[in-house]
Design a protein around this ligand. Structure first.
Ligand code: UGA
Length: 431
């Protein structure tokens, strides 16, 4: 099948290489010339495991290429998939301008009978808006569908190759038949639902997962103020089949490009529709406050952060990605600097912190090795559970002075860190 994919972010590039790996002829389209050039040379402009290998295979086998030209990408495509970003507007609403713009530019080149599928995260009602835009720009018969994506950064390739389900939202039989054929090789359950259900499923899934994390962190906060231990609580609750132990480890809150934006978007949508939005608004509020609340308590334990040397380990929003969007580091480091601390940071993949104010701050330094960052630190904060950080031998860098070790991801053994001589504190345990 001939497939065009508009947008070459995480979802776009991953979709391109995966559809190409199943023998489809795929063209990825992006307005960013340098991105397209680098993709055509087999270089992925961000870090995502396994993506480069599949990209190179697709390019070498001749069934994958990238272009900046709508005509080249769209005019022969049987299926056009829109995977552009849907960022948050300043009031938390979703900004559909990239969608509107890309479908309007594609419309004149769509061939008769093509399927136009929206993979970007959009709220119920968006497909009708897309139909209207495209319908005003072409007389050809186009079949529309909503095709949400559920991949995670860091495991994007495997999530796409082996999805739990494919959700096709359309009431158009041709669109469903073509998309079903395209997705048959994935060997996953294919669900046929209304476009609005598909769109809401994406938000409902992300908001539910974010809610589990908020819930874990509310419980963690209770544990931090009592003698209960969050790990024991989650373990004991998780035996209950209806609950499970997966996907709700505590921390400083959810980050990344999706949960923060999608929770805000659903809150805004509910507010607009006059549906009570307290739940989603509370989630954003709690999640935003969480790092600050935790730091306040940590500062009390230490007396003050002023003039302390603090090592911050992990700058991405989670392991196996160099994506820093809404990372805990971007909330924690400014608060530490504000409190007068001297911050030295390390990340195995992020070579420069995204916030220029932090990068240029005279009390901030980024080190290329963990040893440099933690040397003589009064406090070591583990923000992200990168294997390189968890596997590091902190005993060998223990200085001859009291040093706090704050584990925000619950990854280290109390005994091991205490035996090394650190004062170990952990999210979800009293401190
Ligand atoms: C998320 C969803 O998991 C995907 O299903 C969805 O397709 C994607 O958003 C999207 O909408 O594009 P992603 O943002 O890549 O994927 O990352 P996750 O692994 O879900 O983590 C999100 C945040 O929650 C991270 O900050 C992570 O550290 C945090 N988290 C995750 C926790 O604090 N506790 C957990 O138990 C799990």
């Amino acid at each position: 099948m001939k497939v065009a994919i508009i947008g070459t972010g995480f979802v776009g590039v991953t979709s391109c290489v995966v559809y190409a790996s199943f023998g489809n002829q795929v063209i990825g389209l992006d307005v960013d010339q340098s991105k397209v050039e680098s993709l055509n040379k087999g270089k992925v402009p961000f870090y995502e495991p396994k993506l480069t290998e599949l990209l190179k295979t697709g390019l070498n086998e001749g069934n994958l290429k990238f272009t900046t030209t709508y005509e080249e990408a769209i005019s022969e495509a049987d299926v056009v998939i829109v995977a552009v970003g849907t960022p948050s507007a300043s009031d938390g609403a979703i900004d559909l301008s990239y969608i509107a713009n890309s479908v309007a530019q594609a419309a004149p080149f769509l061939k008769e009978g093509a399927v136009l599928a929206i993979k970007s995260t959009v709220l119920p009602g968006t497909l009708a808006q897309v139909k209207k835009i495209v319908g005003n720009l072409t007389d050809k018969k186009i079949h529309y569908a909503s095709l949400p994506e559920f991949l995670k950064e860091g495991t994007a390739v495997d999530d796409t190759l082996y999805p739990d389900r494919i959700v096709i939202g359309t009431e158009n039989k041709t669109a469903f038949a073509i998309l079903e054929e395209l997705h048959r090789p994935f060997q996953a359950p294919i669900l046929s639902v209304k476009p609005e259900s598909a769109q809401l499923t994406k938000y409902a899934s992300n908001n539910y997962l974010a809610l589990r994390i908020v819930y874990a962190n509310v419980l963690a906060e209770i544990c931090e103020k009592t003698d209960a231990d969050i790990d024991e609580v989650i373990e004991a609750m998780g035996y209950e089949k209806r609950i499970g132990k997966h996907y709700w480890y505590p921390g400083l809150g959810y980050g990344g490009s999706c949960f923060p934006k999608d929770v805000k978007a659903l809150a805004h949508f509910c507010h607009d529709k006059k549906i009570v939005d307290n739940l989603f608004s509370f989630m954003t509020q709690f999640n935003t406050n969480r790092p600050i609340q935790v730091l306040k308590r940590l500062e009390k334990v230490m007396g003050s952060f002023a003039k302390k040397k603090i090592a911050v380990l992990g700058l991405s929003f989670k392991p196996n990605t160099d994506d820093q969007r809404e990372s805990p580091a971007l909330a924690v480091i400014p608060a530490l600097l504000e409190a007068g601390a001297q911050v030295s940071a390390f990340d195995p993949m992020v070579k420069k912190i995204a916030d220029a104010k932090i990068a240029n701050h005279s009390h901030y330094k980024q080190e290329m090795e963990i040893e440099g960052a933690v040397k003589d630190a009064d406090l070591i904060i583990i923000l992200i559970e990168w294997p390189q950080i968890i596997g590091f031998d902190f005993a060998k860098v223990k200085a001859n002075k009291p040093q706090f070790f704050f584990d925000t991801r619950g990854q280290f053994s109390l005994k091991k860190i205490q035996d090394a001589g650190y004062l170990y504190l952990r999210v979800g345990r009293q401190f």
